[in-house]
Design a protein around this ligand. Structure first.
Ligand code: 2P0
Length: 360
């Protein structure tokens, strides 16, 4: 191998939104959950991470930049992903440029990783999901790894639990698995992105501030203190997962909406049942956020009842941003019109003040 070459690969991975939530780990190091979860992967054109990975004999150490800023790779989660991918690296040859990397060379070669999110990092929009999924996928391409997406998902899972679900499009299930080594805790695609094309997903970015309690520490506290979490994991989610899979399979929006809203509400109830309580649906620095959230939930609930059949499902993750899933284009248009009427943006260009007007 000469010293003057760089080999690069780029991947793009969308984020995913859980409709049956993952909340709680049974193993913190391997990132093994206490229940199955189901998500929908967003269109890669919108909320996604783009990651370029490069290898060169000239690189002295592994380095990473996120949105242009260098960050440490020393954390266990990055190291676990890098180690697992390196283990599976195979020979790579670029005949045109006269580059050949043998399997054994990957041990000593260093990587440079540049990652870019086109949405707010750590504001409850699952940035770590898209980030780790993209990192693992890009490295697998660079290193000619032969594992399929489900096998790669078990590696991405060790970066961030929800990341395992971003390796597929459409609706995806993260099977919690039974094994202690995590080998069967992986994602599978339930249906692809063409299966339910009528659905419209609207994300109302209420606050792009970094959340106060990270998901990792929040779910640890819930596992330690919430009895509702135990009930949810053992009694509620196993049945709800089967019902949700059926609703997705048959494109049964009424059941889908009922289950998704109930699951979001129960996840936040678990957060409230945690000691000390966690309030993800609020942003304590902006009083108006709570007004907005309450309005959205009661508006959707009333609208769904008045139509006789649900038009929109809401779901909230570990932050106050509302994810609204409309049954079709007509319902989506009506919803956006209502949102803009009640919460007009202050200026066309200031996305931060979108919907909420100015910060209070
Ligand atoms: C989910 N969330 O299923 C749930 C719903 C937030 C609320 O997955 O500790 O960032 O890295 O495994 O994956 C957020 O948790 O946590 C999450 P770690 P992660 O989407």
């Amino acid at each position: 191998m000469g010293e003057k070459w760089v080999l690069m690969k780029t991947a793009q991975t969308p984020t995913n939104i859980a409709v049956i939530k993952y909340w709680g780990k049974r193993d913190e190091t391997l990132i093994l959950p206490v229940n199955d979860s189901i998500s929908v992967t967003l269109d890669p054109a919108h909320l996604c991470t783009t990651t370029t990975v490069a290898v060169s004999p000239a690189f002295q150490q592994d380095r990473m930049w996120l949105n242009g800023k260098e960050m440490s790779l020393s954390g266990g989660r990055y190291q676990n992903c890098l180690r697992e991918i390196r283990k599976r690296a195979r020979e790579v040859e670029d005949k045109e440029r006269g580059i050949k990397i043998e399997k054994k060379d990957w041990e000593k070669l260093h990587l440079h990783i540049a990652s870019y999110n086109n949405f707010p990092t750590a504001a409850g929009l699952a940035s770590s999901a898209a980030g780790f999924a993209c990192l693992v996928f890009a490295l697998a391409k660079l290193m000619n790894v032969s594992e399929d997406e489900s096998q790669l998902s078990a590696i991405a899972r060790q970066g961030s639990g929800s990341a395992c679900r971003s390796l597929f499009g459409g609706f995806v299930k993260w099977i919690m698995g039974k094994e202690d080594d995590g080998s069967d805790s992986l994602a599978v695609q339930l249906v692809d992105e063409k299966h339910w094309e009528d659905l419209f997903i609207i994300i109302a970015v209420v606050s792009s501030r970094q959340k106060e309690t990270s998901s990792t520490s929040g779910m640890r506290e819930s596992v330690e203190t919430s009895s509702l979490l135990q009930h949810r994991a053992k009694e509620v989610v196993p049945k709800r997962t089967i019902q949700m899979e059926e609703a997705i399979q048959y494109r049964d929006f009424a059941s889908f909406a009922k289950l998704a809203c109930a699951d979001s509400n129960q996840f936040h109830a678990v957060c409230l049942d945690t000691l000390p309580p966690i309030f993800y649906m609020n942003d304590t620095s902006h009083r108006q956020v709570l007004v907005y959230i309450c309005w959205i939930i009661s508006y959707v609930e009333k609208w769904n009842r008045s139509e006789g059949t649900p038009q929109v499902a809401y779901t909230f993750d570990a932050g106050p941003n509302a994810v609204l899933i409309a049954r079709d284009r007509k319902a989506a248009a009506q919803l956006i019109q209502r949102l803009l009427f009640y919460f007009p943006p202050k200026s066309d260009t200031d996305l931060d003040s979108y919907l909420l007007g100015d910060k209070t």
